[in-house]
Ligand binder design. Structure first.
Ligand SMILES: [Zn+2]
Length: 104
């Protein structure tokens, strides 16, 4: 097993299994690896930066899309926006029968 604890450029300590093959970021397609943070056992993508490694959240151009999980309030807001969008796309006749409490 080639498991090593390394320090990322941001300072965080992570454990990496270098026997696992490199993979690619689903979003930007750069070559990355996955590591587990020592602090709270989070599984995060990391990327090689010169001789060092850094969390891929720091350089991925799509990093914002990774931010998860959403809070309850955010999910609720999205759900309401979806229902409103659906309602607005309906005819007047359909609007009269629209059930705002449906599950979507
Ligand atoms: Zn990426």
């Amino acid at each position: 097993m080639d498991k090593r604890v390394i320090q990322l450029l941001g300072g965080a300590m992570v454990e990496v299994n270098f026997e696992e093959p490199e993979t690619e970021c689903r979003k930007c397609k750069k070559k990355i690896r996955f590591a587990t943070t020592i602090k709270n056992q989070k599984y995060i993508p990391i990327i090689k930066e010169g001789e060092a490694w850094q969390a891929h959240f720091a350089d991925c151009q799509y990093a914002k899309e990774f931010r998860k999980p959403k809070t309850y309030a955010e999910r609720k807001k999205e759900k309401i926006a979806k229902i409103h969008a659906k309602f607005n796309s309906l005819s007047d006749e359909e609007k009269r029968k629209f059930n705002f409490y449906q599950k979507i």
